[in-house]
Structures are given as C-alpha cells and as structure tokens.
Ligand binder design. Structure first.
Ligand code: SAH
Ligand code: SF4
Length: 346
C-alpha cells in the first residue's frame, strides 16, 4: 500500500526540503503551515496554492484530524467529554473542564495502553496504536473549534501512556508551543506517567518546564505490584530516586497521583509510609478517589478516609489535595466511554 506521510506533524523546514526536492519553491511550505495552523483538514481548501500542487500534495501526504463521534456535556458542571474518531476508525477520549482560570483539556496519547494497570478502563484492552503528534494536537483544535472556547491548559492524562509514545509526544510538545498554532506554553502543560523510569531520565535531559505527574498509587512495592504491572520493572525506591533528581534538575515540583482505593491504598499505614518516602522532596500529592470500572473489584474511599490521609501527609510537611470530581454524570474519567461504545457495537 502507498503509505502517505503525515504533513502536519512535520517541521516546516523539513517540509520545505521535501518540496524543494520536488521542484516546489520553499515559500509554499510556509503557506501550507499557515493553513494547517488554521485547522484546515483538506488540501483542496488551501486556496492560495495552485490546483496542480494541491493534487500533488494529496497524493503524497495526509492531514490527520479527529472527528467528533460523541459529545456529552455534564449538567452539573459543564464538563464536556468527547469521543473522537481517527482516520482509521479508531477512537480516543478527551475531556474539557472549566476552572476559574479557564478551560483545561485532558487529551489522549495512544489508542489503548499496554501498561495494564488493574484499576484502569484503558488498560483492560491493551495497546492498539500510538497517536501521531498531529492527532494529539487535533484533539485540542477540534474541541476549541466545536465548543467555541480557548483551551489554556492541557493535561496528558487521557488514554495511553505518554512516555510509551515518547517521540510523538515530544514532537507534540513542540507543536503545541509553536507560534501561529494553539500556542499553549509549557508551564500550562502536565504530563502524567505510570513511571517509565528510563523515559523519565530522557525527559529530564530536555529540561522542559512542564509539570510531571507521576502515578504512584502505593507507597511500597508489594502493594504497587498488585495494582500496576510496571512496578515489577522498577521499584518504588528507584522511581522516587528518579523523581527526586528530576525535581532538582528541572526545579519543577513533581505532582504525585495517588488513587484512593477503599481498604487497599487508603489506610493510615499507607499514608504514613508515603509521607516517610516523600519526605524532603519538591512535590505535591493529588489524591484521586478511584473511579469504579466494570470488571474491577475496587471501590472509592469515603470522605473521612480522604481527610485522614491528607492530614497525615500534611503533618509530615507534604502538601496534598483531593482531586475534585468533574463530570460525574457523564463518566468523565477516560477510557470508559470508548469501552462502552465498543461493547454496544459488539
Ligand atoms: N498513563 C498515564 C496517563 C493516563 S492515566 C498514567 O498512568 O499516569 C491518567 C491518570 O488516571 C493516572 O494517574 C491513572 O493512574 C489514573 N486512573 C486510571 N484509571 C483510574 C480509575 N479507574 N480511577 C482513578 N484514577 C484512574
Ligand atoms: Fe495505561 Fe495510565 Fe491506564 Fe495504567 S493508568 S493502564 S498507564 S492509561
């Protein structure tokens, strides 16, 4: 099959070089980039290019985009959940949330995920494929266009493990910052990882000013291994050692995600062990009451447990907050809508 190249993910200079080899002047690359930045999804619509060039481009290149398959709006807080379809028919989820400082969007980086965390809806079906840089970006462009808002911050916390799609995510991070595009600054971006230590080391070398969120979920190996297969590859101590160096090296505070699972991760003993492990680190703990997923035995902790856990951490000098539940009526946590659609279609 004739594999076409994703034109949108390509740096403009690289496109200019490819065009030059085809005998097309370099300034065309800038014109094309400008159309792409304006969200044009077909070469036909690039009206200042000669027809022959538009046809030539369409033979060689594709402009990946996303299409709205489903859109749910929460009656409680206005949270919007999208199910987007991609060119090959695969689907990913994305959530748009309104905060006092503006709109924040949670986006996906892979179709599925191969990390297999036992509490996660996305993890249940394995990895289907990586998203292209342009497909990651298109989720923001399409949500902005559709909902008529400007997205001011982005979290890479939807479907997939961002560091398992490292190169595409790094290119996305360049694109999201670029002038003329959606232009969201690094300080308004959070990347969440289940803790791929080798990739975190690589990320550290780039000294990016984004916020790194680490899904810790347990204070020791025994418990973490029950929840997350990746914990068999790297111990909690190895992971935290990398986190400590990451914070020192980038000067950025690490944000730890900690799923509060009734009777499993939410005990006072867990809180004390966690406090002891995180002592002295530039960090913040985000407690997430676990979202029950069909087919998993986990239930969320009650409010008292959450408060007690926060208190223990704070007494040890570690700041902690409980993640606000948004879009509770539309199942806003990622992975669940796609799964339901698949079950309905089965
Ligand atoms: N793969 C990355 C990012 C996507 S998951 C990661 O694991 O960090 C985003 C966050 O949602 C992670 O902290 C993940 O552990 C959490 N999560 C997944 N399923 C959940 C559930 N059922 N309830 C609460 N949090 C969940
Ligand atoms: Fe993948 Fe994150 Fe889900 Fe784990 S929690 S299976 S890493 S998406």
């Amino acid at each position: 099959m004739n594999q076409k190249t994703d034109i949108k993910s390509m740096p403009t200079e690289q496109l200019a070089e490819q065009l030059k080899a085809l005998g097309i002047p370099a300034f065309r690359a800038k014109q094309i980039r400008s159309w792409l930045d304006h969200g044009v999804t077909s070469f036909e619509d690039m009206r200042n290019l000669p027809l022959a060039l538009r046809e030539q481009l369409a033979e060689r290149y594709t402009i990946p985009s996303v299409k709205i398959e489903r859109k749910l709006i929460s009656a409680i807080d206005g949270t919007v959940k999208y199910l987007f379809s991609l060119a090959d028919g695969e689907t990913v989820e994305s959530v748009l949330m309104k905060f006092h400082h503006g709109w924040s969007q949670c986006i996906s980086t892979q179709v599925g995920c191969r990390m297999g965390c036992t509490f996660c809806a996305t993890g249940q079906g394995g990895l289907v494929r990586n998203l292209l840089p342009s497909e990651i970006l298109a989720q923001i462009e399409e949500a902005q266009r559709d909902h008529g808002v400007r997205v001011s911050s982005v979290v890479l916390m939807g479907m997939g493990e961002p560091l398992d799609n490292f190169d595409h995510v790094m290119r996305f991070l360049e694109m999201v910052n670029e002038e003329g595009g959606v232009q969201i600054g690094m300080r308004h971006i959070s990347l969440s990882t289940c803790g791929l230590v080798d990739r975190m080391e690589e990320l550290m070398e780039r000294r990016l000013q984004l916020t790194l969120s680490v899904s810790l979920h347990a204070p020791n190996d025994e418990l973490r291994r029950r929840l997350m297969p990746i914990a068999r590859k790297w111990s909690v101590d190895e992971l935290l050692d990398t986190c400590r160096r990451y914070a020192e090296c980038t000067g950025r505070r690490i944000s730890f995600e900690y799923a509060m699972v009734d009777g499993v991760t939410d005990t006072d003993a867990c809180a004390k062990e966690l406090a002891q492990k995180l002592k002295g680190m530039l960090c913040h703990v985000n407690l997430i009451p676990v979202n029950p997923v069909d087919g998993t035995p986990y239930r969320r902790s009650c409010a008292d447990r959450l408060q007690s856990f926060v208190k223990i951490l704070e007494r040890a000098g570690i700041t902690a907050t409980v993640r606000r539940t948004l879009g509770a009526d539309i199942n806003a946590s990622c992975g669940q809508l796609r799964r339901k659609e698949q079950q309905n279609n089965a």
